[in-house]
Each structure stands twice: as structure tokens, then as C-alpha cells.
Design a protein around this ligand. Structure first.
Ligand SMILES: Cc1cc2nc3c(=O)[nH]c(=O)nc-3n(C[C@H](O)[C@H](O)[C@H](O)COP(=O)(O)O)c2cc1C
Length: 375
């Protein structure tokens, strides 16, 4: 009965979001709407009635969805990907929205204004966002201050990147910038896991740490900081298999728990791009990156024989999308674009759908389904 009521609640919310709210939001500049949603989320998270009402509309729980990954307990495997809550302002409301975890940032060593506007576009036909923010954020010190002593009911990941400016282009200064941000959070014991984001497609100087030799230097510096929490490496969907093999060989020598597959894609020859005018700058999310992400999860899982935890990210709109990533080898899944196109109830709908799909396959725990396609 309760499952039926939740399905009904989600259908109504989906209808209202896609037929009314989205039509209105999509009339305005996407960055303006993003900022308005951050303000609304911050407000709702600031008092218990706001959190309670949000919970009534969006929550869902089931024992099948619970799991421990790297010693961290997750109530469900669906997380918010880095880039939506750049300045860690939503950590009070995200659990009420049904997320099992959330990644804040990417946070950089210094505060960063990001690239000049416009820097966010909707590719409506492709169900994708074109992102050229350029790591806009308040910087590690302010964000660590915001999170310090804050209790959160879901695990929080801290995504760390290099400040988007000319001063961090040299390898040494780039490493120092990553290390500064990472150390700031580790020192204050903030966050449940860390992500080293080497795949931002929109920063000054490109993605230098996708070069194996430079990555070796970066991870050696990260190893030098005493930390017992898991670290993930977020990678680009545009890497060739040879390139990925070279990065895995580097990662094998360091304290990395797993990979986030994947960030945005820059490639413009993707057949999933259905919109005719796509600006030259930026990286694409959503359905444009979905298959690339799925393929990379499969490849990594098979190549490393499951010895790394994989967080699947890119183009999750439905329970089937999330389940495919899990069966391909992901233990956890992150999303942003699906929530923007389908509405915030999609998190609960995906979780409920995952339980249905697991039951169909005879699985009682997420961990039973992880990598099932290759066992
Ligand atoms: C508006 C926006 C901003 C983003 N900013 C970041 C970021 O700062 N750091 C990061 O690692 N990924 C960032 N991403 C990439 C997402 O974390 C994710 O990898 C990508 O959007 C694919 O997931 P999706 O299709 O569910 O959106 C951003 C994505 C979007 C849509």
C-alpha cells in the first residue's frame, strides 16, 4: 500500500514539475534558475518544518538499498553529483530530498569567479546541459568554515579541483593548489570521502593531470597528507582506453579507493547531440554522456576486476539507467541533469524502481547487483 502511495505521489509531482514548473523555469537563464534553487534549498533546509515538508514530498527508504562502501553507510545509492551544490549550502536539505549521499564542490585552493557569462546552456532536445562554469566556488577556506561542526545525516563527499587561473597552470603550482584544498578539509576532519577531480573540461590550461606522469606527482602529494578516509578520482568520458590504462597503472601505486565515471564530455561529434546550435565552449552532461559513462564503468570494472569502487555518473534519468550502471560495476550512482529535466521526485522514483528491478533479478542487496553483468 505504502509503495503504491509513493508511486502515486511521484507521478503527481512529476506531472506538475514537467508540465508547469519546468515550462516556467526553462523560460529563464539556466544559471539564474540554478541560483534561485540554491536559495530555495538553503531556506528550506534552515528550519525543521521546511525539511519535514520536503521529506513528505520526496523521501523513500527501503532496506534493499542500504549498503556499506569503504566503511561508510549509505541509506541508498543515489547521490548528488559535484557541481550543483558548489559552495556546500544545501547539506541540510539534500537528505530530505531523498539523496543517499552528496558531493559538494568542486572546491579549489583559492576562491574562483569562474568563466565569463553565459556559462550554462540547456540542450533541450538532447536532454543535456552544456556547462562552462569554470569551477566557480568560494574557495576551500570559506567552504570548510561553512561545513565545520555541521552534522549531516547523509555521507558528504568533497570534490577538489585546481583553481581556474593562470597561476596554477605549472605542474608544481597546480599540485600545491589541490593539496591546499585537500589538506584544509582533512585537517578539520570535514567530509566522509574526497574526490580528486582531474577532468573539469572548462578550466584555464585544460586537464593537465590526465597526463600519467603529472598524475603521479599529484597523487604522491596527496598520499603525503595523513588521511584515513577514501579518495576517488573523477575521470573524463573522453579518455581513450589506452589512456585510461595508463591512469589505472598510476592509481595502482597510490591510496585511491575508486573512480567516478564520469565527468562531462567535450566531444562535439557525439550522435546523441540532437540540438543544432551548440556553443564551442564547455562540456555536456545528461543523455549526451550516458553511454560513454556506461561503457567506461564496464571497462574499468572488468579491467580492474572489481578491486576499485566505482561511482557511476552521467545521464541517469530513470531507475533503469541507475541499475544498468550498477550491473556494469558501479556501487553508487550520482546525478544532476536527470533531476533538472524530470524533477526532484526522480530521486525517490529511481530508488523505488531500483528495488523493483532488484526483486525481479532476485537480489536483496545493492552489493549483489554490482557488476552482475560480468559475473
Ligand atoms: C551545472 C553543472 C556543474 C558541474 N560542475 C562540476 C564540478 O564543479 N565538478 C565536477 O566534478 N563535476 C561537475 N559537473 C559534472 C557533474 O558532476 C557530472 O559528472 C555530469 O553532469 C554528468 O552527470 P549528469 O548527466 O547526471 O548531470 C557539473 C555538471 C553540471 C550539470
Amino acid at each position: 500500500m505504502i509503495e503504491y502511495c509513493i508511486r502515486f505521489r511521484n507521478s503527481i509531482t512529476h506531472f506538475l514539475y514537467t508540465r508547469i514548473l519546468k515550462q516556467y523555469f526553462f523560460l529563464f537563464d539556466p544559471e539564474h534558475i540554478h541560483e534561485s534553487m540554491i536559495r530555495l534549498g538553503k531556506f528550506l533546509g534552515s528550519f525543521s518544518l521546511g525539511r519535514g515538508v520536503t521529506c513528505i514530498f520526496f523521501s523513500y527508504a527501503h532496506s534493499f538499498l542500504e549498503q556499506d562502501v569503504c566503511g561508510i553507510h549509505f541509506k541508498n545509492p543515489i547521490g548528488l553529483a559535484a557541481g550543483f551544490d558548489k559552495n556546500a549550502e544545501l547539506t541540510s536539505i539534500l537528505p530530505s530530498m531523498g539523496f543517499g549521499f552528496a558531493e559538494v564542490g568542486s572546491v579549489t585552493g583559492e576562491p574562483c569567479e569562474g568563466n565569463p557569462k553565459p556559462r550554462l546552456w540547456r540542450l533541450k532536445k538532447s536532454k543535456s546541459l552544456l556547462v562552462y562554469y569554470g569551477l566557480k566556488n568560494d574557495g576551500c577556506e570559506v567552504i570548510a568554515g561553512r561545513l565545520k561542526n555541521k552534522k549531516c545525516t547523509i555521507p558528504i563527499g568533497i570534490s577538489i579541483a585546481k583553481t581556474n587561473c593562470a597561476a596554477t597552470v605549472e605542474t608544481e603550482t597546480g599540485i600545491a593548489d589541490y593539496k591546499k584544498a585537500y589538506e584544509t578539509f582533512v585537517r578539520e576532519n570535514i567530509g566522509d570521502y574526497y574526490t580528486i577531480n582531474i577532468s573539469c573540461p572548462n578550466a584555464y590550461g585544460g586537464e593537465p593531470f590526465t597526463d600519467a606522469e603529472k598524475l603521479e606527482g599529484l597523487l604522491a602529494a596527496i598520499d603525503g597528507v595523513q588521511n584515513s578516509k577514501p579518495i576517488f578520482l573523477k575521470i573524463s568520458p573522453d579518455l581513450s582506453r589506452e589512456h585510461l590504462d595508463a591512469l589505472i597503472a598510476v592509481v595502482d601505486r597510490h591510496h585511491i579507493a575508486g573512480f567516478i565515471c564520469t565527468n562531462l564530455t567535450k566531444k562535439r561529434d557525439n550522435k546523441k547531440i540532437l540540438d543544432t546550435s551548440v556553443p564551442d565552449v564547455g562540456g555536456m552532461s545528461g543523455l549526451v554522456v550516458r553511454d560513454l559513462s556506461d561503457e567506461m564503468i564496464s571497462y574499468l570494472y572488468k579491467k580492474t576486476r572489481g578491486r576499485y569502487v566505482i561511482i557511476g555518473c552521467g545521464g541517469v534519468f530513470t531507475a533503469e539507467d541507475a541499475y544498468r550502471k550498477i550491473r556494469n560495476g558501479a556501487s553508487l550512482v550520482q546525478m544532476i541533469t536527470g533531476m533538472i529535466f524530470e524533477g526532484p521526485q526522480v530521486i525517490s522514483a529511481i530508488n523505488q524502481g531500483l528495488v523493483r528491478l532488484m526483486k525481479k533479478d532476485g537480489f536483496h542487496r545493492i552489493s549483489d547487483a554490482v557488476g552482475a553483468n560480468y559475473r
